[in-house]
Design a protein around this ligand. Structure first.
Ligand SMILES: *Cc1c(COP(=O)(O)O)cnc(C)c1O
Length: 376
């Protein structure tokens, strides 16, 4: 008999989600407004701390789209974006017919390389056009080099959109991811550390930006007693049912972070004596990752990545490639890229391993057994 599938990052309910959904049914708040939405936003604002104004939206992608709108990104504008990421970081640039400029990773956080970032800004300035935004990602939950990136942002006065879709619960120098950008994005898609089934938030630094986000997310309907619209809007608000799931999930966030970080410790233990595999880990104490996904890189001279991958799959254990960088995607092949190719090397040599907070000891034993095949 085939063993049960071990997923990469499945949802993990806390227990109170249904209660909040029931409340929505009992009071007939089934639409895109209601108490669950307010409470979900409030709990996130409490969690992130001061200067965090949260708007609940239908997805993280929608949040990035609205962040670009808030920064007045228009057709033909340059927007700088990390290349090593999920495609959702970059697609909203194309929604607005703006021009993505892709930046390589550095080797310690796998995120924006400060040197390549600065090179790209100089390149844009030489063409007489200052980039409108920098999209900085915290991949797999690992914070990007916050100090270095924010310094460049300040030096050239280009705002940062912090794509912390994967990084709720991560910290840099004791501060939460989701608080570093001029605008920050968190996703609650089904595979993230906690979920609303589908959803995301835009975190702004002031009430005015929050008001504008809500305005754009609700068809840019003006405050008049008839339907009045002067600019284009979107239907991007999160529903009250989904927000009920989010409320329940916020109650167990700390536990989920602990569980994901324990998975990382587990991988560290079982990989210690496998030659040729390096587990992606925090550079030093400044970086506190939620370890949303555990990632490895493989030395091709010592071990076959494809053999490892196939062995996992044959045992019904999900395993995936790392992000294929945007500058290597057919969709983005004509875009500029700055860097030396680190992100491409990560794609060539890396894999993502099961990292769910509900991974049982039995699952861990199966993974340990598979890896033991590769010990020498
Ligand atoms: C998941 C994700 C998004 C998009 O979030 P959705 O809620 O799925 O739209 C954006 N950026 C990154 C890095 C992500 O992992």
């Amino acid at each position: 008999m085939k063993q049960q599938k071990i997923w990469l990052s499945p949802p993990h309910m806390g227990g109170h989600e249904l209660k909040y959904i029931q409340e929505a049914f009992d009071t007939n708040w089934i639409s895109q407004s209601g108490f669950n939405i307010e409470e979900f936003e409030r709990s996130l604002e409490n969690y992130l701390g001061e200067n965090s104004f949260v708007t609940a939206l239908s997805s993280g992608t929608a949040a990035i789209h609205l962040a670009l709108k808030l920064l007045n990104v228009e057709e033909g504008d340059f927007v700088i974006c990390q290349s090593f990421t999920f495609v959702a970081s970059a697609n909203p640039i194309l929604y607005l017919k703006a021009v993505p400029v892709f930046i390589d990773s550095e080797t310690s956080t796998w995120n924006l390389c400060p040197n390549a970032l600065e090179d790209s800004i100089k390149f844009c300035l030489k063409q007489g056009k200052k980039p409108k935004a920098i999209i900085a990602v915290s991949s797999y939950g690992m914070p990007f080099m916050v100090d270095e990136i924010l310094e460049i942002s300040r030096k050239y006065e280009i705002p940062v959109i912090e794509d912390s879709a994967e990084a709720l619960g991560s910290e840099y120098k004791g501060r939460h991811c989701g608080t570093f950008g001029d605008l920050s994005v968190i996703s609650f898609n089904g595979n993230k550390i906690i979920t609303t089934s589908g959803g995301g938030v835009l975190v702004s630094r002031n009430q005015k930006d929050k008001d504008r986000t809500l305005f754009l997310a609700t068809q840019a309907k003006e405050n008049k007693n008839y339907y009045s619209h002067s600019e284009i809007g979107y239907n991007y608000r999160l529903g009250n049912i989904s927000a009920g799931i989010g409320r329940g999930q916020m109650e167990v966030l700390e536990e989920r972070i602990k569980q994901r970080r324990e998975n990382h410790d587990f991988y560290q233990r079982i990989m210690a004596d496998v030659d040729g595999i390096s587990l992606f880990s925090a550079l030093n104490e400044d970086f506190y990752s939620n370890y949303w996904l555990n990632a490895i890189t493989i030395d091709p001279d010592k071990l076959s990545k494809e053999k490892l991958r196939k062995t996992f799959l044959e045992n019904n254990v999900e395993i995936r490639y790392l992000w294929k960088p945007m500058h290597l995607q057919p969709l983005y092949k004509d875009c500029s890229f700055f860097g030396s190719g680190i992100s491409g090397m990560l794609f060539d040599n890396g894999l993502c391993l099961p990292s769910g907070s509900n991974m049982t000891n039995d699952c861990k034993d199966r993974i340990t057994e598979i890896l033991s095949i590769f010990k020498n």
